[in-house]
Write a protein of this length. Structure first.
Length: 281
């Protein structure tokens, strides 16, 4: 079995790749940062191929995935895990950082799927797992670009599932909660307090635990993967839950305003410089 993982140099992508490597699968990693990619390849050991590519560059990514298939055979499983998040209130977020999240999270994922989908259909088999986010299921203050990009994946997957019926290709999507990754550690200082108010201070999952659920779901042919009861409830009963949740959120905001009547403003932390590898979840 040949598994290709985009965003495979760190975070959830690397953890998924490790899980498959331990099962003896041939694994190919695709990510942007060559140094981190090479370190990941060495860490995973035998049967691992790696190639650097920007997922937003369709031609370059197609060439990279073709190289993966030349090295390890046709792709049996694609895990599209490359993603990025830059939280900030919409009016303060520079347009290029908004566009960057849409490009990587949505278009980068679409490019990865495009590179393997026709081949899978031609062979009559294959699995595609798209890594979305719990943020796809509800709007969050400071995450307009991220929520938009991740929720768009839901529509893309639903349409592709319909197109793939009867072809032998399975298309799935998962919605991880906060996960302890390098990206999460970079994101957290810039997370607005309003987002924390809604999301709570839930302990993030370990990347290996998220990866295990993803690999298990692929093995069980699950079309959608919700990692917590609250995420499942939002996905299945959102039209009922969200109005009540918004009322609660507005009440909590008013409570906060009464506690801090002076200069009650959104927290803005100094924004770190963009990382060299913007394609690793």
């Amino acid at each position: 079995m040949h598994v290709i993982v985009t965003g495979g140099s760190s975070g959830i992508g690397l953890a998924v790749a490790r899980a498959y490597a331990l099962q003896g699968a041939a694994v190919s990693l695709v990510a942007r940062d060559e140094g981190r990619l090479e370190a990941a390849r060495k860490d995973l050991g035998a049967n691992v191929f790696s190639v650097s590519a920007d997922t937003t560059a369709n031609a370059a990514l197609s060439s990279a995935i073709a190289a993966c298939e030349a090295a390890n055979g046709p792709c049996d499983v694609l895990v599209a895990s490359a993603g990025i998040v830059d939280p900030a209130a919409f009016e303060t977020l520079p347009p290029d950082l908004f566009d960057r999240q849409i490009s990587i999270n949505l278009l980068g994922t679409v490019n990865a799927v495009r590179a393997v989908y026709s081949g899978m259909k031609g062979r009559g088999r294959g699995t595609i797992m798209i890594v979305s986010s719990g943020a796809a299921l509800i709007g969050i203050h400071g995450y307009a670009a991220y929520c938009a990009s991740k929720s768009a994946l839901d529509g893309f997957v639903e349409a592709l599932q319909m197109e793939a019926l009867g072809s032998g290709v399975r298309v799935s999507i998962c919605y991880p909660p906060d996960t302890l990754t390098p990206q999460y550690q970079q994101e957290l200082p810039a997370r607005p307090w309003q987002a924390e108010l809604l999301m709570g201070k839930v302990k993030p999952w370990a990347a290996d635990a998220v990866a295990l659920r993803i690999v298990t779901a692929i093995g069980r042919r699950q079309a959608r993967v919700y990692f917590t009861p609250s995420l499942a409830a939002l996905a299945l009963f959102g039209p009922v839950i969200k109005p009540a949740l918004r009322l609660w959120y507005r009440w909590r905001l008013r409570q906060k305003e009464r506690m801090r009547p002076i200069a009650f403003e959104t927290r803005h932390e100094p924004r770190p410089a963009p990382r060299a590898d913007t394609n690793s979840t």
